[in-house]
Design a protein around this ligand. Structure first.
Ligand code: SF4
Length: 333
């Protein structure tokens, strides 16, 4: 796997960056079929201090040169007896499916340490969704496929957060993806330390308000699932649990859901805070609901209030600080 190191980190950066995969053309590498790139400054300048990017070009990795003929996905060969999409040059002269599949088979297992993946959109190899599929005559038959590499990645690592770079321009999707990467990193670290019932309960405790914000239904279901750890093998419970968590975390958090969660948190502080402090917090929650201030405003007030109290259960909530503050993600949602 090709690895590109971002510019040397300064002393203020976190000690450890999270390993995240990325399509190599997004790192500015000239690997596209026209020998160009699709450099993402957001990735290389904003995210690189936090993510240790591991870049990969599946087409180059499969042995294709740059420049090369453009490719697209084509419907399965009716004589092949399989449902597998094919990767063909757009002139139909060359079938690169086996070459790509061989690369996927050789590479996929080495991607297990990654905690997320940023993919280049519209590519028949890297595109995550809405990829066009053509028939043998060159006409578009559907627009709902994934690139061959992206599809294999999603199938092998169903928990891993995946996102297309273009969608990171949307503040809500960007915040959601990065939040999921940090939560998945927390999960993987816990599993690497050795899964225990207590660790699973602790994980659930610190991510509870994130779950409440993302999906109340999942929030209500997972408590009972963890209440009886003796009912099934721990690994089975943990597997079902994290699958449900990652599905829930993919849901966009509405303004109303954030307000509900913030009010829930503020409710815990009622006894500890003076009326003036509580009134200020509630005013800013209302202002957030009216879209007058971003989420960071009531969140910062709540965090400040928490420092004046002794509420370890609240203080551990990742909802209050799901990723490093300097990313500034909650200034825009
Ligand atoms: S989209 Fe993927 S396969 Fe295409 S150039 Fe970029 S990294 Fe390579």
């Amino acid at each position: 796997m090709d690895t590109v190191q971002p510019e040397s980190p300064s002393s203020t950066l976190p000690r450890m960056r999270i390993p995240v995969g990325i399509s190599a053309c997004l790192m500015g590498m000239e690997v596209r079929h026209d020998k160009g790139h699709k450099h993402s400054r957001y990735c290389t300048e904003v995210l690189a201090p936090y993510f240790e990017f591991r870049s990969l070009c599946p087409e180059m990795g499969a042995g294709m040169p740059a420049p090369r003929k453009a490719m697209h996905l084509v419907e399965p060969d009716p004589d092949s007896g399989t449902e597998a999409l094919r990767l063909l040059t757009t002139d139909g002269e060359r079938d690169c499916t086996a070459q790509m599949q061989d690369f996927i088979d050789r590479t996929l297992e080495s991607l297990a340490p990654l905690r997320g993946y940023i993919l280049m959109a519209k590519s028949p190899s890297c595109g995550m969704e809405r990829i066009r599929v053509y028939n043998a005559a060159g006409n578009v038959q559907r627009r709902d496929a994934s690139g061959l590499f992206a599809a294999a990645l999603a199938e092998r690592y169903p928990l891993m957060p995946l996102e297309e770079e273009g969608r990171l321009n949307d503040a809500t999707l960007r915040e959601n993806f990065i939040e999921r990467v940090y939560l998945y990193e927390d999960w993987c670290q816990m599993v690497e330390r050795g899964l225990t019932a207590q660790q699973l309960i602790d994980f659930h405790s610190r991510h509870k308000f994130q779950l409440l914000a993302h999906c109340q239904k999942t929030y209500r279901e997972l408590g009972p699932m963890l209440a009886n750890m003796k009912a099934r093998p721990l690994e089975d419970i943990a597997g079902d649990y994290i699958h449900a968590v990652m599905v829930a975390m993919k849901k966009r958090v509405s303004r109303g859901a954030h307000v509900n969660t913030l009010q829930h948190l503020a409710g815990f502080l009622r006894k500890d805070l003076g009326e003036a402090d509580l009134a200020l917090i509630n005013e800013q929650i209302d202002a957030y609901l009216r879209e007058e201030v971003p989420l960071v405003v009531p969140m910062t007030l709540l965090r400040g209030a928490l420092r004046k109290t002794d509420q370890p259960y609240l203080a551990q909530q990742c909802y209050l600080s799901p990723y490093p503050d300097p990313l500034g993600l909650r200034n825009r949602v």
